[in-house]
Design a protein around this ligand. Structure first.
Ligand SMILES: CCCCCCCCCC/C=C\CCCCCCCCCC(=O)SCCNC(=O)CCNC(=O)[C@H](O)C(C)(C)COP(=O)(O)OP(=O)(O)OC[C@H]1O[C@@H](n2cnc3c(N)ncnc32)[C@H](O)[C@@H]1OP(=O)(O)O
Ligand SMILES: Cc1cc2nc3c(=O)[nH]c(=O)nc-3n(C[C@H](O)[C@H](O)[C@H](O)COP(=O)(O)OP(=O)(O)OC[C@H]3O[C@@H](n4cnc5c(N)ncnc54)[C@H](O)[C@@H]3O)c2cc1C
Length: 661
């Protein structure tokens, strides 16, 4: 039943929706994947993995104990790792697929395949890469990224774990001096990993040089026992991702060789001499690349959620639109269209923008290897912004999709609850969203001040320098709406900077003035990032070479995205004078038309996301639309249904019922 495609085999409603498709679905799929070849490779890998019965769950995850959940996902992910090796599939290639959806409850090897590997690539010297790279690739070493401590996550400079250099033995001594210094959260660290990149305060020649990354073996490679001097464990149940064995770690004067400091950017020589990096934040590089990865990861969750909710909305009939007429598909309701269609557009907007940031990352990495760090602040800003906005929009979108499915959306078997718990984790991890948006704002204020003084600023913020006079936008074309975003963003930055300065002039010191303005500063970070996303989406749609029908639907989606976000943020546009109340009314009317037009394409649009049933794993969202049969079949799997009368009846209910007789 799963994966059946074509007109046959699906319920009538979905067959009808698909028959009305106005565009070339394959072209849209290719755009989302990043090219035809990538679609082909993605499908090859997904066919290979989804066809394998070893990935099938005999019992739904929700019925398993904490330990059995973990064991099941470890079994599956080890099978996946072996298959990847057998078929020569790299982690990068796996990243273009949605295969990790086969893991229902988090990935115990996720940190190994992402941050640990990326840290070795980005922070280790070539010699160190030769030493550990192959072992990590073969999974002989399974690592994680251990930065966050119980007492310190956001504020990396506040980390307490120390790595003190001892020139006599040429070793670093790792130590956790307090309970709050306990490393807390790293994925896979509880039970799966035998190594980690540990961020610790480097002390040498009696000076603290700040947080640095160290390669640390945590467990015996043969017995998997924790090494002496180390205390390790799992931190316990979480909102979601419970199979990821997030761990804790403490060091008791644990010694590692000097050469375990990752030395690509900074070094400690045998005598303890410290060689500084060309930029102090280069050791934060792994977080930058991961933020871009996370932006994509959570949009993929949104794509799953909106596929489920849209197909369900085409199948589900409820209420009366016209009194006396049959119950319509709930997709007919404009409110339902408003819940779903903007999130379909978001998937395109966010994927295309994250891809732009990834290409900036490629350029800046190449620059850094040539000793040029000029564009690092811009990359930090873009990756922080895209991670924060993508995590926020995806989480809100997934939750809206869950609500759009009414009661059935609350069922675990719809998959919407677990999509929500994984999407919302992305708001916190890899830099809490508010904190990252404040980093964006920091760069905006700094760039604006530089621009005012006539100093050069980098491309993504050059519009702050131009700061065109505020004027009412005469037309409401796509280009005009993007310009309105830009003007409003510049205006908000200007206004917030003026407030900041005013508070300083009144005698507040800068950090306090900054804090007093931080609600507005977060808005600056958000609006600038939204402008970036709108600009990237529009320019991608304008330049893409596709058939007329596909171009038409993309233009329509892009228009919806712009109109939706302009109306959501209308306060900024009114305040900056870029749009009038009349403009906003016109746009709201247009929104109604756009919803009606796109409603007809809603199902084909989510079909174009090309998510196989095995990876969607939802009773409500399967290709064939047989929602009610699936819900019923899944209910039969409840362990409570194994017997007619439950044990609890004899133990508790019966004495209660009989006592009251
Ligand atoms: C077998 C099957 C496996 C399948 C796997 C498939 C894999 C496929 C690949 C998929 C790819 C990716 C998916 C990823 C999934 C991974 C899941 C991740 C899980 C989560 C992991 C974590 O959470 S790790 C911990 C993350 N922690 C954080 O992010 C902490 C946040 N805090 C900070 O970043 C910083 O402390 C801070 C930015 C908030 C402040 O830093 P600091 O106090 O040091 O700086 P200042 O505020 O004083 O600023 C000084 C100047 O420095 C600038 N700055 C700050 N950071 C940076 C930076 N990173 N780069 C450049 N510049 C930076 C700052 O702006 C200041 O500048 P000036 O204004 O010019 O002074
Ligand atoms: C599922 C999951 C997986 C994780 N995996 C890993 C991992 O593999 N490795 C790892 O090292 N870490 C990991 N983490 C930790 C994660 O990176 C941190 O939780 C995250 O960076 C936030 O830090 P925190 O928990 O210290 O929050 P805090 O910084 O304590 O945040 C609490 C509140 O304070 C606010 N706040 C903090 N600082 C400021 C500020 N300067 N201005 C304004 N407001 C502020 C925040 O906005 C937030 O509202 C993981 C976390 C989760 C939830």
């Amino acid at each position: 039943m799963a994966g059946v495609k074509g007109a046959a085999g699906c319920v009538e409603e979905l067959r009808r929706e698909r028959a009305g498709c106005s565009f070339n679905m394959e072209e849209l799929t290719n755009i989302l994947d990043g090219g035809k070849d990538i679609t082909t490779r993605r499908r090859e890998i997904e066919d290979l993995m989804c066809g394998d019965p070893a990935f099938k769950d005999e019992v739904p995850t929700e019925y398993l104990s904490h330990e059995d959940r973990y064991t099941t996902e470890v079994r599956k992910v080890c099978h996946l790792a072996r298959k990847m090796a057998q078929h020569n599939i790299s982690s990068r290639e796996l990243g273009i697929t949605s295969v990790t959806n086969l893991l229902r409850d988090g990935n115990p090897l996720g940190l190994h395949q992402s941050m640990f590997t990326n840290a070795l690539l980005g922070l280790a010297s070539p010699e160190q890469q030769r030493r550990w790279g192959r072992l990590a690739q073969n999974n002989t070493i399974i690592g994680t990224y251990a930065q966050t401590e119980m007492g310190h996550g956001t504020f990396i400079r506040g980390l307490e774990t120390t790595a003190t250099y001892d020139p006599k033995t040429e070793e670093f001594i790792l130590h956790s001096p307090t309970i709050t210094a306990t490393k807390w959260w790293p994925g896979g660290m509880g039970k799966t990993c035998n190594a980690a990149i540990v961020m610790a305060q480097l002390h040498t020649q009696d000076e603290c040089r700040g947080p640095h990354p160290f390669f640390v073996q945590l467990r015996d490679l043969d017995t998997h026992h924790t090494l002496p001097g180390i205390t390790l464990g799992e931190i316990g149940p979480r909102l979601g991702l419970n199979s990821q064995d997030n761990g804790y770690l403490r060091f008791d004067h644990y010694r590692i060789p000097r050469t375990n400091l990752l030395m690509r950017h900074s070094q400690v020589l045998q005598d303890g001499t410290y060689i500084k990096p060309i930029h102090t934040k280069l050791s934060y590089g792994t977080m930058i690349v991961t933020r871009v990865g996370i932006a994509v990861l959570c949009v993929k969750k949104l794509a799953c959620a909106v596929t489920i909710a849209t197909r369900y909305s085409a199948v589900r009939h409820q209420s009366e639109l016209v009194p006396g007429e049959p119950e319509p598909q709930i997709l007919e309701y404009q409110t339902q269209q408003y819940k779903l269609l903007p999130h379909i557009a978001s998937v395109y907007a966010l994927i295309l923008s994250a891809r732009s940031v990834a290409s900036v990352h490629g350029k800046v990495t190449a620059d850094i290897s040539r000793g040029n760090v000029d564009f690092l602040p811009e990359l930090h800003t873009l990756s922080s912004g895209i991670k924060a906005v993508s995590a926020q929009d995806s989480t809100q979108g997934v939750e809206t999709c869950r609500l759009a499915c009414g009661g059935h959306g609350y069922m675990a078997s719809s998959r919407l609850p677990s999509l929500y718990t994984s999407a919302t984790s992305c708001i916190t991890l890899e830099g809490e969203n508010t904190v990252l948006l404040l980093q964006v704002a920091r760069y905006l204020i700094k760039s604006y001040r530089a621009a005012v003084k006539g100093k050069p600023v980098l491309p993504s913020v050059s519009y702050l320098a131009a700061s065109p006079p505020v004027h009412h936008t005469p037309e409401l074309s796509n280009k005009a709406l993007v310009e309105a975003f830009r003007t409003s963003s510049a205006s908000l930055v200007r206004e917030t900077e003026a407030n900041l300065q005013r508070l300083c002039d009144m005698g507040q010191n800068y950090p306090h003035a900054w804090n007093s303005c931080s609600v507005a500063l977060v808005r600056c970070g958000e609006l600038h990032t939204r402008y970036y996303i709108c600009e990237r989406f529009l320019s991608s749609v304008e330049s893409v070479a596709v058939s007329e029908g596909t171009k038409g639907i993309l233009v329509c989606l892009c228009r919806l995205y712009l109109v939706y976000h302009v109306t959501l943020n209308q306060g900024h546009f009114l305040r900056s004078g870029t749009l009038s109340a009349a403009d906003l009314s016109t746009l709201e009317e247009e929104m109604s038309d756009l919803l009606a037009r796109l409603r007809k394409q809603a199902v084909p649009l989510v079909d174009a996301f090309d998510i196989r049933d095995e990876l969607l794993a939802s009773t409500l969202g399967a290709w064939d639309g047989r929602v009610y049969e699936r819900l019923y079949d899944e209910a039969l799997k409840s362990p409570l249904n194994k017997t007619d009368v439950p044990k609890a009846y004899y133990k508790y209910l019966r004495p209660l019922i009989k006592a009251s007789l």
